[in-house]
Design a protein around this ligand. Structure first.
Ligand code: H4B
Ligand code: PHE
Ligand code: FE2
Length: 341
């Protein structure tokens, strides 16, 4: 099943999220979640986190951390060491901002969960990154419809220290307001999804992860690089705008940047004509293959013309010879949401 309509983090969550599986946060909380402040920020009230909540943070960190060596992009690995974020406790946002703001001009602000698109864009445009105050509960460590403090702080925030990513996300905030005015937000949301949330990057050692939705997911951080199932395509803006994304399962398709410098070129490009072009062309399903796609091997090399064991694509354009997949135990038995943050 693939979903598109809802932008990243699903403004319209699937039924499971509405039926109390995760507790109600942000938009899912309906009227009860109506904000006191117009910008939807809330006090973090760090002292109010329970020992169990800090333990959940520590557990998520430890589960994730060793596995990301050699998988996460070098910018993320470096930045994590530079920030007062560790496995001991949920970070205190004030302490974090004291380091973050002088280094890169970004700060984090606490929000109850998802906030309306325009509010989200307004924060990003002002270099404020909204971070969910809550942490997922221990019964739902893998499945989470809304961005919580682990996804946001562990996945996104370190990358704000990278000047190219930081500037790209700020420009996305400005572009979001523009896309809304043009009625093209669903197309821009795909760009965010396939970059900031689920992007891959070519580095000297091979493909690496830079998307925060992958960095905070135990399953997807392995699957996206190692599993033979998903496509890994060289980034192509029009192709991305046309490609639906999944909000409730592992992605079927990842887009790979050659280097983070590509982001600034994207931010500076006028999207309006592309929105119109993408809008006029058929939508592409996440698992669909196109003849013109530039597919990459798991080492980050072009598939066509690659004579190595990863193989060239067969002439008929069908799947390349299957490589070993994850063991059955680590594969998802079904399509139920159990995914990414
Ligand atoms: C398209 C846009 O990026 C998306 O819908 C927004 C909406 N609200 C959000 N609110 C929070 N807290 N975090 C998010 O990532 C988003 N994403
Ligand atoms: N350049 C885009 C805005 C944008 C910036 C950064 C990321 C994505 C989009 C526009 O013209 O609307
Ligand atoms: Fe996110």
């Amino acid at each position: 099943m693939s979903h598109d309509g809802p932008p990243p983090h699903g403004a319209a969550p699937p039924p499971a999220a509405l039926h109390g599986l995760h507790g109600l946060h942000g938009l899912a909380a309906g009227d009860a979640g109506r904000p006191e402040r117009a910008d939807w920020t809330v006090p973090q009230h760090w002292q109010d986190y329970t020992a169990a909540e800090h333990a959940t943070w520590a557990h998520l960190w430890q589960r994730q951390h060793a596995g990301l060596q050699g998988r996460a992009c070098s910018a993320w690995l470096r930045a994590l060491d530079a920030l007062p974020i560790d496995d001991r406790a949920i970070p205190d946002f004030d302490r974090l901002n004291a380091v973050l703001q002088p280094r890169c001009g970004w700060q984090v602000v606490a929000v109850p969960g998802l906030v309306p698109d325009a509010v989200f864009f307004g924060h990003l445009a002002a270099r404020r990154f909204p971070v969910g105050r809550f942490i997922r509960d221990a019964q739902h460590l893998d499945y989470l419809q809304e961005p919580d403090v682990f996804h946001d702080l562990y996945g996104h925030v370190p990358l704000l220290l990278d000047p190219q990513i930081g500037d790209f996300i700020q420009a996305y905030g400005q572009g979001g307001l523009r896309a809304q005015a043009l009625g093209m937000l669903p197309l821009l949301a795909r760009v965010y999804w396939y970059t900031v949330e689920f992007g891959l990057l070519r580095e000297a050692g091979g493909l690496r992860i830079w998307g925060a939705g992958i960095l905070s997911s135990a399953t997807e951080s392995r699957y996206c690089l190692d599993d033979a199932t998903p496509q890994r395509l060289a980034f192509d803006l029009l192709r991305v705008m046309r490609t639906r994304h999944r909000i409730d399962d592992l992605q079927a398709c990842y887009f790979v940047l050659d280097d983070l410098g590509q982001l600034m070129a994207l931010a500076e490009q006028d999207f309006e004509p592309l929105y119109r072009a993408a809008h006029a062309l058929p939508t592409i399903e996440p698992d669909q293959h196109l003849a013109e796609d530039r597919r990459l091997t798991r080492e980050g090399r072009p598939m066509d013309g690659d004579t190595g064991p990863a193989g060239r694509a067969p002439a008929d354009g069908a799947d390349p010879a299957p490589a070993p997949a994850l063991s059955p135990a680590t594969r998802r038995p079904d399509r139920r949401p159990a995914r990414r943050r």
